[in-house]
Design a protein. Structure first.
Length: 280
């Protein structure tokens, strides 16, 4: 009995280590990544794809923690499907409340992103989506989708958005009352707290007036594959590399999200064709 108990404790410790540093599991709750990912898909995310870091949360409790990179293992790449955390208050990166989202990286640090008539342009060149990536452009919006779009002072729409530049480490920008909404979230994130304030035509960083800023971190721009029904960077702006938890690489389970009244209903709701499917 004692031997069995020791084995169970060791298995639990190993599971906690794997969940904290190597692989984590997430469920897709919405259709924002349709048709690549469907509501009811369960994913495995490689947390060591880009770095080995201290945990982003206390396992199984969900409390957000400040992460420290221990070992760099790579950089996020264009078209990677990633899990990342986003504060509930976009203006305050120190917010205790946050969500974990799954989206596709379409803008790397320093890229210029633009959408014209639903067509994606990267660095002013039309991007042709590979056939193996299942972008959905035709679904009728089911969310209040044309509410305020980042940076909140423009007349852009989901179909015609930008151009907008993704901040990169070392990039210098001039600041003024007309463009501060585009840059303030990223500047706050550089400092990991709310440091930007605007008083009339004066922009302050930690109560000191500034006219330009040099970014200290790399940022990314993400979109959902279901372009008309996705809350993504068009709403909350850029995400820093440190918020990226890892790269999604496999669907290990998938079930149509409906209530089942019996064992036959349960089995008929399982999407067997999606089990163990890799994610492109």
């Amino acid at each position: 009995m004692k031997r069995l108990l020791k084995i169970l404790v060791l298995v639990l410790i190993l599971a906690l280590i794997l969940k904290a540093f190597i692989v984590d599991a997430f469920q897709i709750p919405t259709g924002s990544m349709k048709n690549t990912l469907l509501e009811g898909d369960f994913l495995l995310v490689n947390k060591s794809a880009y770095s080995i870091s201290t945990p982003h949360q206390i396992p199984f409790l969900g409390k957000r923690l400040s992460r420290t990179e221990l070992i760099s293992t790579g950089k996020p790449e264009f078209n990677d499907v990633v899990a990342f955390e986003i504060p509930a208050d976009y203006y305050d990166p120190d917010s205790e409340e946050y969500s974990i989202l799954i989206k596709r990286i379409i803008g790397l640090p320093g890229d210029t992103i633009e959408i014209k008539d639903q067509i994606l342009y990267i660095n002013h060149k039309k991007y042709r989506t590979p056939s193996y990536i299942k972008i959905n452009l035709n679904e009728t919006p089911i969310e209040n989708i044309n509410k305020e779009l980042f940076p909140y002072n423009n007349k852009w729409s989901l179909e015609n958005y930008g151009p907008i530049i993704v901040p990169k480490k070392g990039m210098k920008v001039e600041l003024n009352p007309k463009n501060i909404l585009q840059w303030q979230n990223a500047i706050n994130t550089d400092y990991e707290k709310k440091v930007i304030s605007v008083e009339g035509t004066v922009i302050n960083l930690n109560n000191k007036a500034i006219r330009e800023y040099v970014f200290e971190k790399d940022y990314y721009f993400v979109l959902g594959d279901n372009r008309k029904n996705s809350i993504d960077s068009r709403y909350f702006g850029y995400i820093p590399e440190e918020w990226i938890i890892g790269k999604a690489f496999m669907i290990y389970w998938s079930k149509i999200p409906v209530q089942s009244s019996g064992i036959s209903d349960y089995f008929s709701s399982i999407r067997f064709s999606r089990l163990m499917q890799s994610i492109d």
